[in-house]
Design a protein around this ligand. Structure first.
Ligand code: ZN
Length: 173
């Protein structure tokens, strides 16, 4: 199983609303396997198909309880608020606090097309919200408050200029 190249910030595929998964076939299972391997190799706790250049609504995640796959993910319920530092494999090296729901119920389909419901708290809830954003063409940078968003844009400009990123806590703006 190959490790797939991860698309980075600035790649237009990350900004597209991905199309629904309609064919639950061997090709989809192979893509899911490759995405899981790519996520583990990175390493990361979640990965969405647009991050490997495939604009379809397929996500994988592993918060330490084994890999899971969800096709056509949607957030049915979001409760509570929690702020925690978050990063993205498509925006390497940058971590900022993001306020998200603390508990979520996500719906979708498994690799056979059967409906599934996943309930998650804390990290799992965060991962599900982050990955659903990805299939909607939204990056975590858009969830930052004004101050951190400015810091992120500055850090991304520096990255384009070849400057090594600093952790946000060390930046003075
Ligand atoms: Zn991400």
């Amino acid at each position: 199983m190959p490790i797939l190249p991860i698309r980075k910030w600035g790649d237009p595929v990350l900004r597209e609303a991905a199309r629904p998964v309609e064919r639950f076939d061997a090709a989809l299972r192979r893509l899911a396997d490759d995405m899981i391997e790519t996520m583990h190799d990175a390493p990361g706790v979640g990965l969405a198909a647009p991050q490997v250049g495939r604009s379809i609504r397929l996500v994988v995640f592993d918060v330490g309880e084994g890999p899971e796959v969800l096709a056509n993910p949607a957030l049915a319920e979001v409760d509570g608020r929690e702020e925690a530092e978050e990063g993205c494999l498509s925006v390497p090296g940058l971590y900022y606090p993001v306020r998200r729901g603390m508990r979520v119920t996500a719906t979708g389909q498994d690799l056979r097309g059967e409906p599934v419901t996943i309930q998650g708290e804390d990290l799992l809830a965060r991962v599900l919200q982050h990955e659903v954003d990805h299939v909607n063409g939204v990056l975590f940078l858009e969830r930052l408050d004004e101050e951190h968003r400015r810091a992120a844009m500055g850090a991304l400009r520096d990255l384009e200029l070849g400057v090594t990123p600093e952790k946000p806590g060390t930046q003075t703006l």
